[in-house]
Design a protein around this ligand. Structure first.
Ligand code: ADP
Length: 411
C-alpha cells in the first residue's frame, strides 16, 4: 500500500477489494471509503476518475473534506466497488481574480463582453475551500497504465488458481480412490489372519499354554481393531466420493432424530441436551449431516468426566465468516449469509496444540481404550462432510473448560 501511495503524489491511499479495505495516510474512514467506492461503482463509468472537489459531486464527502477533498479513483473490476483510491487533502487557497467574480458579465458598447470592474484593476480575492491540488493529466495517465498492470496480474493469478484447484481436485480424487483400493484389498488377507487365529484357538486351544492362548486372543483383538480402522478409512474415502443429495435440511429435525437415536446412551451417561434454537435450514444431505451431529453428541458423552454432563446446540447470532480452522477470532459480518451452528459441552476440553490434530484421521489424544475407545476418524469424517457442504468445521476449547465445535453453512 505504501508503494501505491508513493506511486502518485497523494496524501492518502486506499485499496478496496471485495469486503476488505486497506487505508494508508489521510483518508476517509473504512466505512466512508466503502460508501465512496459503492457510489463510484454506481455513478462513474470510466476506469479512471479524478476530481479535486469531491464534495461538490458527492455531498457525503464534505464530512471528510479536510482529509480528502480530492480523489483519483481507479476501478479494477468494471461495475464492482473494487477500487484503488488516492486522496489529496483540502488546500484552502486564495484565488485572485481580475475583477469581482460575483459581478455579472457586462456587455460593452462594441458588443464584446468583459468583466466589470475590469477598468479599475482592483484585485478581487476569494477563498476557495473543499478543494485539493489538481490531478495533472500525466497522473491520470499513470493511474490508467497501472490499472492495465493490475488487471493483468489479477487475471494471471485467477488462471493460476483455477489450475491449482483443478490439480488439487484431481489429486484428491486419486488419493480417495487409492485409499479405497488399498483398504478394500487389505480387508481380504486380514480376514484370513482373523479366521486362522480363531481356528487355532478353537481347534488347537488345548495344545497351547495360558500365555499362548492369551497371545492368540490378542491377535484376534488386533485384527478386529485393524478391521475397524480399515472400515473407517473406507468410509472416509466414500464420504469424499459420493454424490451429495442437495435438498433443504432442517437442522432442528436432524438434531432431534440423532438425540432420539442416542437416547439410551445419553440417559445412561446422565447427559442433558439443550437446543437453543431455532437452528437454520441448510442445503445438503440430511443423512450425512445427521452423522456429524451423531459424532458430536457421542463425543460429548465420551469425553466428559463431569457428573452432570450437558451439551448445548445452537446458532451464533452474528454469523461470522468461517475460519479455516484452528483458533479463531471472528469479526462479525452482518452482510455475510453464513450460518454458524455450535455444539458446546462441559467435557474435558482440548489443549490448543491439539485442536487441529483431532481432525486428522486416526488421531486420538488418549490411550486406545480410554474414554470409551474409538478409531479417531469421527471428527475427520465430520469435517469432511461439512467441507463437502461448502462449510468449515473447527473447535474452540481449553482443558477442563469444555469444548465448542463450530459448523459453518453458506445459506
Ligand atoms: P474418536 O472419538 O474415535 O477418538 P474423533 O475423531 O471423534 O475420534 O475424536 C478425536 C479426538 O478428539 C478424541 O480422541 C478426543 O481426544 C478429542 N475429542 C473429540 N471430541 C471431544 C470433546 N467433545 N471433548 C474433548 N475432546 C474431544
Amino acid at each position: 500500500l505504501a508503494t501505491i501511495l508513493e506511486f502518485l503524489d497523494a496524501d492518502g491511499a486506499a485499496v478496496c477489494l471485495k469486503d476488505a479495505r486497506d487505508l494508508l495516510g489521510a483518508t476517509p474512514d473504512a466505512e466512508q471509503t466503502r460508501a465512496l467506492a459503492a457510489w463510484l461503482a454506481a455513478n462513474v463509468q470510466t476506469d479512471v476518475f479524478a476530481t479535486q472537489a469531491l464534495g461538490r459531486l458527492y455531498p457525503p464527502a464534505e464530512a471528510f473534506a479536510e482529509a480528502a477533498s480530492g480523489v483519483l479513483a481507479l476501478n479494477i473490476t468494471p461495475g464492482k466497488p473494487d477500487y484503488v483510491l488516492w486522496f489529496r487533502r483540502e488546500q484552502v487557497q486564495t484565488v485572485t481574480w481580475g475583477g469581482d467574480p460575483t459581478k455579472p458579465v457586462e456587455v460593452v458598447d462594441d458588443g464584446s463582453m468583459r468583466l466589470s470592474p475590469r477598468k479599475s484593476f482592483t484585485a478581487w480575492q476569494e477563498t476557495v475551500s473543499d478543494q485539493s491540488r489538481r490531478w495533472k493529466p500525466v497522473e491520470v495517465t499513470m493511474a490508467r497504465e497501472l490499472r492495465g498492470v493490475i488487471v493483468a496480474v489479477v487475471l494471471e493469478q485467477a488462471a493460476e488458481l483455477t489450475r491449482l484447484n483443478f490439480e488439487l481436485q484431481q489429486s484428491n480424487i486419486e488419493l480417495d480412490s487409492f485409499a479405497y483400493v488399498a483398504s478394500h484389498d487389505l480387508k481380504e488377507p486380514l480376514r484370513g489372519i482373523h479366521y486362522y487365529a480363531q481356528f487355532l484357538l478353537e481347534d488347537y486351544g488345548d495344545q497351547f499354554d495360558d500365555e499362548g492362548r492369551e497371545r492368540l486372543q490378542t491377535l484376534t483383538r488386533l485384527t478386529q481393531r485393524m478391521d475397524d480402522l480399515i472400515e473407517s478409512l473406507l468410509y472416509f474415502s466414500r464420504v469424499g466420493r459420493v454424490d451429495l443429495l442437495h435438498s433443504p435440511v432442517d437442522l432442528n429435525e436432524v438434531v432431534r432424530e440423532q438425540v432420539e437415536l442416542l437416547r439410551p446412551a445419553l440417559s445412561q451417561a446422565g447427559m442433558t441436551v439443550r437446543v437453543t434454537g431455532p437452528l437454520p435450514i441448510v442445503q445438503g444431505d440430511s443423512s450425512l449431516l445427521g452423522e456429524v451431529f451423531q459424532n458430536l453428541l457421542s463425543n460429548a458423552i465420551k469425553y466428559s468426566d463431569k457428573p452432570d454432563k450437558w451439551i448445548e446446540i445452537g446458532v451464533l447470532a452474528d454469523a461470522p465468516a468461517s475460519s479455516a480452522g484452528g483458533s479463531v477470532t471472528l469479526a462479525p459480518n452482518p452482510r455475510s449469509s453464513t450460518a454458524v451452528v455450535y455444539a458446546r459441552d462441559n467435557g474435558i476440553g482440548i489443549a490448543l496444540e491439539h485442536q487441529e490434530v483431532i481432525f486428522q484421521i486416526f488421531r486420538r489424544l488418549h490411550a486406545r481404550d480410554e474414554y470409551g475407545g474409538g478409531t479417531g476418524a469421527g471428527l475427520t469424517i465430520a469435517r469432511r462432510i461439512i467441507e463437502r457442504h461448502g462449510g468449515r468445521m473447527w473447535v474452540e476449547s481449553a482443558p477442563g473448560e469444555g469444548s465448542t465445535f463450530y459448523l459453518s453453512f453458506d445459506a
